[in-house]
Ligand binder design. Structure first.
Ligand SMILES: *[C@@H]1O[C@H](CO)[C@@H](O)[C@H](O)[C@H]1NC(C)=O
Ligand SMILES: *[C@@H]1O[C@H](CO)[C@@H](O)[C@H](O)[C@H]1NC(C)=O
Ligand SMILES: *[C@@H]1O[C@H](CO)[C@@H](O)[C@H](O)[C@H]1NC(C)=O
Length: 314
């Protein structure tokens, strides 16, 4: 385990008080997304042969353990709770910015906390690149899944396996001339809105949504990434109860976006190498952030995916 201490410089804004790597894979594994179980353990989706891992961040020297390889998938993306200790996971056969056999699985820990029951819930045959996923707050068995290529939100009822296109808009797609054709990426639902990042457009936006996930308003852009000459982009994020987002901002930082659009780098950034290719963020029970990464190559060495804990100074 390596630890870095970064002193909080600004009194008025939360900056990282500490950024500590809890775990990294020893061979190359790209961690794509994450969820927290009620017991505080993290679930990690990866591009490693459809494998889902778990990590107890409270342990000393925590190690990721394999939960299962989801059948038929080579890569896993979005994950969200659909009931108490039961999760939906998106997986498929990964190609170049497109997938075949995009599938929703359920991973149910309610009967056995160590050995979940895994089921295939639904195939989404018309999907191209499913990415972030979030459940409806009042009907968590219904999920919205973002398609980064099509610029769609699919709505899937995990009890009936019925899926349909619920919303589409150019603001969810990448522009046609984008160098990386990934539009909508992370999504979260709260306070009557679907919040989302669009990687190619560098936007963080929201759309009002009805409780049943069937009626949508128009897209409002909250913040636009000032990538400057860093070439950064926005991946998945966590949303707190006040509507403040903590966004994975590759190459190496976490941005905080206030509801009024104000944005600050709260961890990593600059020349730091604490966070290498962040992909998703979870907010722990005491306000700490758990960041997953895909790793990356620095000075010729390829770092593997990490789980990093960020404590914010208040
Ligand atoms: C997709 O699923 C079908 C049915 O299970 C299978 O026959 C096919 O080989 C799969 N495609 C890929 C690319 O794995
Ligand atoms: C794409 O086109 C827009 C509008 O013409 C332009 O502003 C932008 O710089 C272009 N982006 C790329 C990556 O070429
Ligand atoms: C894992 O992290 C350790 C500690 O920072 C680092 O020395 C090592 O190079 C990393 N390994 C990989 C494969 O990323």
């Amino acid at each position: 385990m390596r630890a870095y201490l970064t002193l909080a410089l600004g009194a008025s804004c939360a900056l990282a008080q500490s950024t500590v790597q809890l775990f990294n894979f020893s061979s190359y594994v790209d961690i794509e997304n994450s969820a927290l179980r009620p017991n505080g353990n993290l679930l990690l989706t990866t591009f490693d042969q459809g494998r889902l891992y778990t990590l107890d961040p409270s342990g000393r020297n925590p190690q990721a353990q394999l939960v299962a390889a989801l059948p038929g998938a080579t890569a896993l993306c979005g994950i969200t709770a659909i009931d108490h200790d039961k999760f939906a996971v998106v997986g498929g056969v990964r190609g170049s910015y497109s997938y075949t056999n995009e599938t929703l699985y359920s991973v149910d820990f309610t009967g056995n906390s160590a050995k979940p029951i895994i089921r295939t819930i639904a195939r989404i045959p018309n999907a191209v690149m499913l990415n972030g996923m979030a459940s409806l707050p009042t009907q968590p068995h219904i999920v919205l899944v973002a398609d980064s290529r099509l610029g769609y939100l699919f709505r899937v009822d995990t009890r009936t396996s019925v899926s349909k296109i619920a919303f589409k808009d150019d603001a969810l797609a990448a522009p046609s001339n984008a160098s990386i054709p990934i539009g909508i990426n992370g999504i979260k639902i709260g306070q009557g809105y679907v919040y989302f990042t669009n990687t190619a457009r560098g936007t963080f936006s929201r759309i009002s949504v009805s409780e049943d996930g069937l009626e949508f308003g128009s897209v409002e852009t909250i913040a636009t990434l000032d990538a400057g000459d860093t070439g950064d982009d926005w991946d998945d994020f966590a949303l707190d109860a006040d509507g403040v987002a903590y966004v994975a901002q590759p190459d190496n930082s976490i941005a905080r976006i206030q509801p009024d659009g104000g944005q600050t780098i709260v961890a990593g950034g600059g020349e730091t190498e604490d966070i290498i290719g962040p992909t998703s963020v979870q907010i722990g029970q005491n306000g700490e952030l758990y960041v997953t990464t895909r790793g990356g190559t620095i000075d010729g060495f390829t770092y593997s995916g990490q789980v990093v804990e960020v404590q914010l100074a208040s």
